[in-house]
Ligand binder design. Structure first.
Ligand SMILES: [Zn+2]
Length: 251
């Protein structure tokens, strides 16, 4: 796995083949998976929700849930149970990250639903309500780690993390994705290679759009020539991988 030997590695994985609330957190201690308890709401989680997302957006989610659910944006519905599932996913991801930050292991693997990598600071997008990886990054930076890198290999652009950290220079966001462009008001980012951050964050967002039909060799080339080179230059203390598993012949 990428740069494991010199960086703590945290893997946040959103298995798209499963549609259940939250499967489990698999914390790897050596080679042995360890099942840990799910984390739902906590004071820490609530505080981080407020810090990362606009209070209006969190209120919208809470109220929509209280009213039995509704459409939040094109294609994304908050159904009965969605909000509870989103909190479970977010809390579980934070729990996995704490496992690393507290020195209990080098790798943690959070396999959670719903996914989060399209969720942005003030709105839902692409079936995502809360950006689980973003929460984990926030927790990591708060712990004193100076630099963190996010690598997103989902076939769709990881626009949530990119948008949330677009103006920061202590976080490198990298996304490999199909060249699908913007898909509407909830997803204005194009994912093109010229979206490279702004202000202090200029140069700290690396988009790698891949042509349809890119296979293993295409990913391998992009990883070796672009991702590894960027990570080597940035020298993060911790890596967060967002591993949507929808890169396939039909995506
Ligand atoms: Zn996807």
């Amino acid at each position: 796995m990428l740069c494991v030997s010199r960086a703590e590695l945290f893997v946040s994985c959103f298995g798209l083949g499963f549609f259940i609330l939250v499967l489990f957190v698999c914390l790897l201690s050596g080679n042995k998976p360890v099942l840990v308890k799910l984390q739902r709401t906590s004071c820490v989680l609530n505080i981080r929700l407020i810090l990362l997302w606009s209070s209006e957006y969190i209120e919208e989610l809470v109220q929509t849930n209280a009213n039995g659910g509704n459409k939040l944006c094109e294609g994304t519905f908050l159904n009965p149970g969605s909000w509870g599932a989103a909190l479970l996913a977010a809390g579980t991801t934070l729990s996995a990250m704490r496992h690393i930050l507290h020195g209990h292991g080098k790798i943690a693997y959070a396999l959670v639903r719903p996914p989060g990598h399209h969720a942005q600071p003030d709105h839902a997008d692409g079936y995502c309500f809360l950006n689980n990886a973003g929460l984990a990054v926030h927790l990591t930076l708060d712990s004193g780690r100076a630099k963190v890198a996010v690598v997103d290999i989902d076939v769709h652009y990881g626009n949530g993390a990119a948008e949330g950290f677009y103006r920061m220079d202590n976080l490198l966001t990298i996304s490999l994705h199909m060249n699908h462009g913007s898909w509407g008001p909830s997803h204005p980012q194009s994912g093109s290679s010229d979206e490279i951050g702004e202000g202090r964050g200029l140069g700290y967002n690396l988009n790698i759009p891949l042509p349809n039909g890119s296979g293993d060799l295409g990913y391998e080339y992009a990883m070796n020539e672009l991702v590894v080179a960027a990570i080597d230059k940035f020298q993060p203390q911790l890596l967060v991988f967002v591993i949507g598993q929808d890169s396939s012949m039909v995506s």
